[in-house]
Design a protein around this ligand. Structure first.
Ligand code: NAD
Ligand code: FES
Length: 271
């Protein structure tokens, strides 16, 4: 059993947990994820390993549906039923000098270990971080520990530039584009639009994809992704991919497949 050692609310929708999971922790590298189950009959929830020590893993989750809300009811001293990992491929750390990270909302969590690893290897890293409002910005203090410049934007203008990350990026890249690579992580529509914009400035981009996953080991086919008309599985070939040729439209359609079932499950929460 996997004990919850720390729990922190990052905002009203998003929590951070530190979990005792030595076998996962000691093998985890930036870009890896894990799959948890809250109880014996629970849904399998894939989450990025945001940080790890020799014995613990840090996860961040948004309380969106039944299972993540159930996870949110657990407290320090409670136990998770299963923690499986590390899963996926570790991030491909490229030979670059100046990287721009772009985080949309909860995407700041999966971006964090990758950008931190680049900084650890001596790469100069900047960050554009966007969220709905000031209180939805997460991990800012931790990013400040290694980012040279941080550009903040919020949809409602409560802090930083008013608008989406694409508004800030257009402004930034028009006056200062000495970046040699970028990493873009957030909701699918954000990654699609951001990658398209970044391409106009001749900048390459990696993204992290989070399609529906079941087994996390390449067996069920649920997490398939089309890239340049070839099929990949996000759980074993990713979750990080070069953004070139990703079929975002297909991913967005597939993400809505279980909306009806999710709605039925969520009704249990309000009963
Ligand atoms: P959100 O809807 O609040 O958006 C976060 C930010 O993304 C916005 O503030 C804006 O800057 C940008 N954005 C949103 N729509 C945009 C658009 N049309 N064009 C350009 N930029 C746009 O996001 P949230 O509620 O924090 O995140 C929820 C979503 O993120 C879920 O769908 C979840 O699946 C996804 N997510 C993805 C990953 C991943 O690894 N890719 C990880 C965690 C969550
Ligand atoms: Fe089943 Fe990837 S989650 S193949």
């Amino acid at each position: 059993m996997y004990e919850i050692l720390e729990k922190q609310a990052l905002n009203k929708d998003v929590d951070l947990m530190v979990v005792d999971a030595p076998f996962v922790a000691k093998n985890a590298m930036p870009g890896h994820f894990l799959i948890i189950r809250v109880d014996d009959e629970g849904e399998r929830i894939p989450l990025t390993i945001v940080e790890n020590t020799e014995t613990t893993v840090t996860i961040i989750y948004q309380k969106l549906g039944y299972s993540t809300n159930l996870l949110g009811t657990l407290e320090v001293g409670d136990f998770l039923n299963d923690v499986v990992g590390p899963l996926g491929k570790a991030s491909h750390i490229r030979d670059k000098k100046h990287i721009l990270g772009v985080a949309g909302g909860v995407g700041a969590a999966p971006l964090f270990p990758q950008l931190k690893e680049y900084a650890r290897q001596g790469v100069n890293v900047d960050l554009v971080i966007g969220a709905r409002s000031k209180e939805h910005l997460i991990l800012l203090d931790k990013y400040k520990e290694f980012c040279t410049n941080i550009f903040i934007c919020t949809d409602d203008g409560s802090v930083g530039t008013k608008g989406y990350v694409t508004t800030k990026l257009k402004e930034l890249l028009s006056v200062k584009n000495d970046y040699d690579h970028s990493i873009v992580i957030g909701p699918l529509i954000m990654m699609k639009n951001t990658v398209a914009l970044i391409k106009e400035f001749n900048l390459s981009a990696d993204v992290s994809l989070n399609p529906i996953m079941i087994d996390g080991t390449g067996m069920c086919g649920n997490c398939r992704v089309s890239i340049n008309n070839k099929t990949y599985f996000a759980c074993v070939d990713g979750p990080d991919f070069d953004s070139e040729g990703i079929n975002f439209e297909e991913l967005m359609t597939r993400q809505d497949y279980y909306k009806k079932e999710e709605h039925i499950c969520n009704l249990k929460l309000v009963k």
